[in-house]
Design a protein around this ligand. Structure first.
Ligand code: UDP
Ligand code: MG
Length: 320
């Protein structure tokens, strides 16, 4: 395909062998109904250990619109999405999960909203099926904390499922940070962003690739890259504990003037542990930022591509 496609669909896939063919069928059907044949479906294999790449290669051989990208190893959801976006050429780009939690058919509603002038149409989940109460509660807490802390308004209950205009994607790709929180970065770009409410389905197959550890890391990435409020909070914590220390000192001094020495192992231990806890927390907060600064300063490539397939062409690449 030499001309610019009307639409690109980008889907990161990590161990999605069970649902991938069904995803491809539904995504291609939805794309076909809005773009005819003028679309491309970019499937990024993010270091899967199952048959995901085999399926992507065979889909690419069968469907001319499919472009398969295999990353050298697992880079995580956000970087896999970035790899797909950077390969996309369409005038509009739909970023979507490959597990069919985000229905591709929503494209039929997203495209007309974009035609009316939106730069970004993002899916906003009204109900999420098949997710544990813990996932729902932690997600809700996270979005609440983020909206309090972040300097840009990042809409609640949105994932990365969104249709973006080419110029938004180009700006997104020009942002050099390696810790990528795509939904926040897109909000930061601004322009006309429109929400489209939808019900999030349960996974078609397989299990979530976001265990608690990854969710916490993801939340920390989001907060540190969109807010420096935690640093400010640590300053306040320091000032507050200095206040408490001064009050304790005055109290001890006054008691001493009254001829009485304050004694007690318990009170000393309580004060020492409380203050050292506060210090460690503050150092931890600074460390979160500093660590990310170190990672960014290395300027390593964001992702490494092993192979790209379109049709029966295979291209071996080492780095992108
Ligand atoms: N994913 C990925 N790399 C990873 C983890 C996940 O490309 O390291 C993909 C995954 O295949 C899916 C999307 O990112 O298409 C969202 O992941 P998942 O469904 O596990 O997250 P959840 O919907 O539970 O938040
Ligand atoms: Mg999912």
């Amino acid at each position: 395909m030499t001309q610019i496609p009307f639409l690109s669909i980008v889907a990161p896939c990590h161990n999605e062998e069970e649902g991938l063919r069904e995803f491809c069928r539904r995504a291609a059907a939805a794309a076909h109904s809005v773009a005819g044949d003028a679309f491309e479906l970019i499937l990024v294999d993010d270091g899967s250990s199952d048959r995901t790449w085999e399926i992507i290669s065979s889909l690419a051989a069968d469907v001319p619109q499919v472009l398969g990208i295999r990353l050298l190893r697992n880079h995580g959801h956000q970087l896999a999405s970035t790899a797909g976006l950077s390969a996309s050429r369409g005038e509009r780009v739909l970023l979507i999960d490959a597990d069919l939690q985000d229905p591709p058919e929503l494209l039929l509603m997203m495209i007309p909203i974009m035609e009316r002038g939106a730069d970004v149409v993002y899916g906003q989940r009204t109900r999420r099926q098949g997710e544990t109460w813990f996932k729902l509660a932690s997600a809700s807490l996270f979005y609440r904390a983020l909206s309090k802390l972040a300097s840009v308004t990042i809409p609640r209950d949105t994932g990365d499922f969104r249709l973006m205009r080419r110029r938004v994607v180009d700006i997104l790709l020009a942002m050099p940070e390696r810790d990528r929180f795509i939904r926040g970065m897109v909000s930061w770009i601004g322009g006309r962003q429109v929400a489209l409410p939808y019900e999030r389905d349960a996974r078609f197959a397989g299990t979530t690739k976001y265990p608690l550890r990854k969710m916490i890391n993801f939340a920390l990435d989001a907060i540190t890259s969109f807010s420096t409020t935690p640093l400010r909070i640590s300053t306040w914590l320091g000032m507050m504990s200095a206040g408490v220390a001064i009050a304790l000192l005055i109290y001890t001094f006054v008691r001493w003037l009254e001829g009485e020495t304050v004694t007690g192992w318990s009170s000393i231990m309580a004060a020492v542990s409380a203050f050292s806890a506060i210090q460690l927390i503050c150092i931890g907060i600074i460390g979160e930022y500093l660590g990310r600064l170190v990672q960014e300063s290395k300027k390593r490539p964001m992702f490494m591509v092993e192979t790209i397939v379109r049709g029966s062409e295979h291209a071996e690449l080492s780095i992108a």
